[in-house]
Design a binder for this molecule. Structure first.
Ligand SMILES: Nc1nc2c(ncn2[C@@H]2O[C@H](COP(=O)(O)OP(=O)(O)OP(=O)(O)O)[C@@H](O)[C@H]2O)c(=O)[nH]1
Length: 300
């Protein structure tokens, strides 16, 4: 029997906990059972009480105080401690049945996804062995942040880095879409959902207003240097954009947590990635399947 879960990840403040709450509310509205796991040892004030809370095992505040560590070192310590006491997490998860969606709310420190092998090890434990959780990552980036092209590519690279580290299905999400106001910004935003190599060329910040000719490309290389951190950065962004385009590696879903349809749409992608609905379909008993095969073979 499989279990099903999603790991909600992304940089600090991207809206992970808010998305977890909206997702849990949506699941409840649709009478779907949910199991909420908080793995952020610094998290406070939950809209829904977690079924497992890492803070019952260890809290970042205590670690920082007792071990004289900073927030990043403290977080790594908390996860190492969790890995040494995995029963805390795995024992309750053993009881969760296949009709549940397990929602893991992760910390925002990007170091955890890119620098240390703890998270890949944890993911392997959850996805393999007796737990056998079909999981996908829901990686959030804040839409207001990525509307600036260089930041978009930086954010996309961080999402790709997590994809490569964790080797699990990924659903990338642009959060806080309610903050994107105005038709021009909304139209521009669409370009980021399925980014291609032309995105860099169309950067409005690379154009200057010419009083006589209207808007045109900056022709003066010295002026270009002041935009987007110089021409070499532009070429780097272009190369990254081309890479993303060539491999069709990253596309994004829009998320507006205040819109239940938007939350439902993101959930349907998560469900597809983990093949949730296939597992819920009633299965014919083995004997009936064998009889069907036998009878259809006889009919031929
Ligand atoms: N307008 C708007 N604000 C949001 C949305 N999602 C989150 N926020 C706000 O953004 C801030 C951070 O949201 P969180 O959900 O705590 O983000 P997080 O990624 O869990 O943050 P960390 O756990 O610190 O990494 C809070 O002030 C939220 O109210 C959204 O969809 N729209």
């Amino acid at each position: 029997m499989s279990k099903f879960g999603t790991l909600v990840m992304g940089p600090a403040g991207a809206g992970k906990s808010t998305f977890c709450s909206a997702l849990i509310q949506h699941l409840q509205n649709n009478k779907r059972p949910c199991f909420y796991v908080n793995l952020d040892p610094a998290a406070e004030d939950f809209a829904f009480e977690p079924d497992i809370d890492i803070k019952d095992l260890i809290s970042l505040e205590d670690v920082m105080e007792e071990m004289s560590l900073g927030p990043n070192g403290g977080l790594i310590y908390c996860f190492e401690f969790l890995m040494e006491n995995l029963d805390f997490l795995t024992d309750p998860l053993e009881e969760v049945t296949e009709d549940y969606l397990i929602v893991f709310d992760m910390p925002g420190q990007i170091e955890l996804y890119t620098h240390v092998p703890i998270l890949p090890d944890l993911v392997k434990t959850l996805m393999r062995g007796s737990l056998n959780i079909n999981m996908c990552a829901a990686y959030l980036l804040e839409s207001t942040f990525v509307i600036d092209r260089p930041k978009f590519f930086a954010g996309t690279l961080s999402a790709m880095s997590a994809m490569l580290m964790l080797e699990m299905p990924h659903v990338n999400i642009l959060s806080k879409m309610d903050l994107i106001k105005g038709n021009v910004a909304k139209r521009d935003m669409k370009r980021f959902l399925h980014a291609d190599a032309t995105l860099v060329e169309d950067d409005p910040s690379r154009r200057v207003e010419d009083e006589e000719e209207g808007s045109k490309r900056v022709a003066d290389p010295a002026a270009k240097k002041n935009i987007m951190g110089g021409e070499s950065f532009h070429r780097l962004n272009k190369a990254v954009a081309q890479l993303i385009d060539d491999f069709s590696m990253v596309s994004f879903l829009k998320l507006d947590v205040q819109d239940e349809d938007s939350v439902g749409a993101v959930l349907s992608y998560i469900d597809d990635a983990i093949q949730f609905h296939e597992a819920q379909e009633p299965k014919e008993p083995k004997d009936a399947v064998e009889n069907d095969i036998y009878e259809s073979a006889m009919d031929r």
